[in-house]
Design a protein around this ligand. Structure first.
Ligand SMILES: Cc1cc2nc3c(=O)[nH]c(=O)nc-3n(C[C@H](O)[C@H](O)[C@H](O)COP(=O)(O)OP(=O)(O)OC[C@H]3O[C@@H](n4cnc5c(N)ncnc54)[C@H](O)[C@@H]3O)c2cc1C
Length: 457
C-alpha cells in the first residue's frame, strides 16, 4: 500500500501526507479536539483532477475514504481511521457575480471567506453562525443560521453542484441535469459524491440590527414564553435564537455579569434600519434585559461575533433535537439543565427553522423536517481534556430530559455517531427516496464515513 501511495504522490497536483511526515499530526487535526483518528494518508487536493485520482485510487485499493472540507463536523467524520482522507481545504476558489447575485464557491472555503466575498457587494448567503465552519459540510447537511428566516436554509439557495462520483465520473447536478442527485445533495450530506464546486444565489443583506440580549436566569420561564410567542408571528426579517449560557469572563461583558449563568437571545433584524428601534421596543420593554448589545452592524460582524470564543481544538460533545413546541414541560426541562451549564463554553441554542424555511415542503429537498420550529443543539465544550467527561455527561443528560418533548431525529450536522435508526428518523419520509438515489450513484456505499444512507436493495 505504501508503495502505491508513494506512486500516487508523484502523480498529483496537491500533497499526500502520511504517518511519519512532519506535518502528519497537523493534517489530521480537526476542529473537535476530542477526535484522534489516524488515517493512512491525507490527500490535500488542489483541483478536481486530484479528487478523481483520490477516488479511483481508493476504489482500486479498497481503501475507506472520508471527505474533509472545513473539518468542523462534531463527530469527526472528516477523518477515517487507516483510510484515505480526501482533504479539500486547499480548494479555495470563490467568485461572486453581483449582476446575477450568484456565487461559485469551492469546498475549501469557510463561512468567513464566503461572507467577505459577498459582503463587498451588499450580498449574503444564508448559512451558519461561526466563521470557521466549512461551506461544504454545512450546505450538504442543510445550513441553519441568522438568515434562515429571511432566506431559508443554505440548500434553499443552492443552484448547482459539480460532483465527483464513486466511479470517478465528474457530473453536474442542478434542476435540469441529474436532478435526482441535486435533490439528494440538498440535505443528504456527503453520501453521494465529492462536491468540488457549489453555485448559490445570494440575497441582499449588508448591515443588520443585531446582537445578543441577556436576561437573568430567574426569569428564564417568562423569557422563553415571551420569545416563543413574540417570534411565532414575527415577520421573516426578525430572527433570534434562544440560548442558555455563561457570560464569558472578559471584554466586552460588564464585570458584574461575568461567569453568570443567564438566558438570552441573539437577534438579527434584516428589515429597514429606520424601523429597527420600533421592532425592538416590546423586546426591550420585556424584562428589561440585563445586557443589550443589539445595534447596527455589518452582517459579517454578526457572523463572526463568537469566533474568538470558540477557537479550534476544544473538546466538543453535542446532541440535537427537532422541537415543534415549547410546552411547559419542555421549558421546565430546559431550565433544569440550562441552569447547570458545566463550563464557560457549553451552551444550548434553539435555532429557528421557520419563516422562509417553511415556504418549502419536506419533499422539495432531502432535508427531512420543515415542520419543526427549532433545531435545538446542546453543546458540551471545554478547552481542557480533563473536563471532557463532565461536559459530555451534562450534554447527554440534557438531551435525554428533552427527548419526550422532541419530534425524533435531528439535524444531521448536529449529530454524533448515533446509529442508523437515528439517521432514518432524521430524514423521515425522505429516507427511502434517498436510499434509492444512493443505490443509483453509490451502489457500493463507497462514501460511508458520514451520517450514512445505505443504498436501497
Ligand atoms: C463551532 C461550530 C459551529 C457550527 N455552526 C453551525 C450553524 O450555525 N449552522 C449549521 O447548520 N451548522 C453548524 N455547524 C455544524 C456544521 O454544519 C457541520 O459541522 C458541518 O459538517 C461542517 O462542515 P465542514 O465542511 O466544516 O465539515 P467537515 O468536517 O470537513 O466534513 C463533514 C462531513 O461533510 C461531508 N462533506 C464535507 N465536504 C464535502 C464535500 N465537498 N463533498 C461531499 N461531502 C462533503 C462529509 O460527509 C464529511 O464527513 C457548526 C459546527 C461547529 C463545530
Amino acid at each position: 500500500m505504501n508503495t502505491s501511495l508513494a506512486e500516487l504522490k508523484s502523480k498529483v497536483n496537491g500533497s499526500l501526507i502520511m504517518p511519519g511526515d512532519p506535518n502528519y499530526d497537523e493534517a489530521r487535526t480537526i476542529y473537535n479536539g476530542m477526535i484522534d483518528k489516524k488515517p493512512a494518508a491525507i490527500f490535500k487536493c488542489k483541483d478536481t483532477s486530484d479528487v478523481v485520482k483520490a477516488v479511483e485510487f481508493a476504489q482500486k485499493h479498497n481503501l475507506e475514504v472520508s471527505i474533509k472540507s472545513g473539518g468542523h463536523n462534531g463527530a469527526g467524520l472528516a477523518l477515517v481511521e487507516n483510510g484515505l482522507v480526501i482533504d479539500l481545504s486547499e480548494m479555495k476558489g470563490i467568485s461572486v457575480d453581483p449582476a446575477t447575485k450568484t456565487a461559485v464557491i469551492e469546498p475549501g472555503n469557510v463561512l468567513r471567506d464566503v461572507d467577505k466575498a459577498t459582503h463587498e457587494y451588499g450580498l449574503a448567503l444564508p448559512s451558519g453562525i461561526i466563521g470557521t465552519t466549512g461551506i461544504a459540510g454545512i450546505t450538504l447537511g442543510g445550513g441553519l443560521g441568522y438568515l434562515s428566516r429571511k432566506g431559508g436554509l443554505t440548500i434553499d439557495n443552492l443552484l448547482e453542484c459539480k460532483v465527483v462520483l464513486a466511479n470517478g465520473e465528474v457530473v453536474t447536478a442542478n434542476e435540469n441535469e441529474n436532478s435526482d442527485l441535486f435533490w439528494a445533495l440538498k440535505g443528504g450530506g456527503g453520501n453521494f459524491g465529492v462536491v468540488v464546486s457549489f453555485k448559490f444565489k445570494l440575497i441582499d443583506v449588508k448591515n443588520v440590527y443585531a446582537g445578543p440580549m441577556f436576561w437573568p436566569l430567574e426569569k428564564a420561564k417568562e423569557v422563553m414564553e415571551f420569545y416563543d410567542a413574540f417570534t411565532k408571528d414575527a415577520p421573516n426579517d426578525l430572527y433570534g435564537f434562544f440560548a442558555f449560557l455563561i457570560v464569558p469572563p472578559g471584554d466586552p461583558f460588564p464585570e458584574h455579569l461575568r461567569n453568570k449563568n443567564v438566558c438570552g437571545v441573539v437577534w438579527n433584524y434584516t428589515g429597514p434600519i429606520e424601523k429597527a428601534e420600533e421592532v425592538f421596543k416590546p423586546i426591550r420593554a420585556f424584562g428589561p434585559p440585563i445586557l443589550d448589545f443589539v445595534q447596527e452592524i455589518p452582517m459579517p460582524a454578526l457572523n463572526g461575533m463568537f469566533d474568538e470564543l470558540y477557537p479550534p481544538g476544544m473538546q466538543w460533545y453535542w446532541r440535537a433535537h427537532y422541537i415543534k413546541e415549547l410546552t411547559p414541560e419542555a421549558i421546565a426541562a430546559n431550565i433544569e439543565f440550562g441552569s447547570k451549564i458545566p463550563s464557560i463554553h457549553s451552551t444550548t441554542h434553539l435555532y429557528p427553522i421557520d419563516g422562509r424555511v417553511h415556504d418549502f415542503s419536506n419533499s422539495d429537498t432531502a432535508w427531512g423536517n420543515r415542520e419543526a420550529r427549532w433545531s435545538q443543539v446542546i453543546v458540551g465544550v471545554d478547552p481542557d481534556p480533563a473536563n471532557a467527561d463532565k461536559v459530555t455527561k451534562w450534554c447527554k443528560g440534557y438531551f435525554d430530559a428533552l427527548t419526550p418533548y422532541a419530534m425524533g431525529g435531528a439535524y444531521v450536522n448536529f449529530m454524533m455517531e448515533e446509529g442508523q435508526d437515528r439517521v432514518k428518523a432524521s430524514y423521515r419520509g425522505n429516507y427511502d427516496r434517498l436510499a434509492a438515489i444512493k443505490a443509483k450513484y453509490d451502489p457500493g456505499n463507497f462514501f460511508h464515513i458520514n451520517q450514512n444512507i445505505k443504498p436501497a436493495g
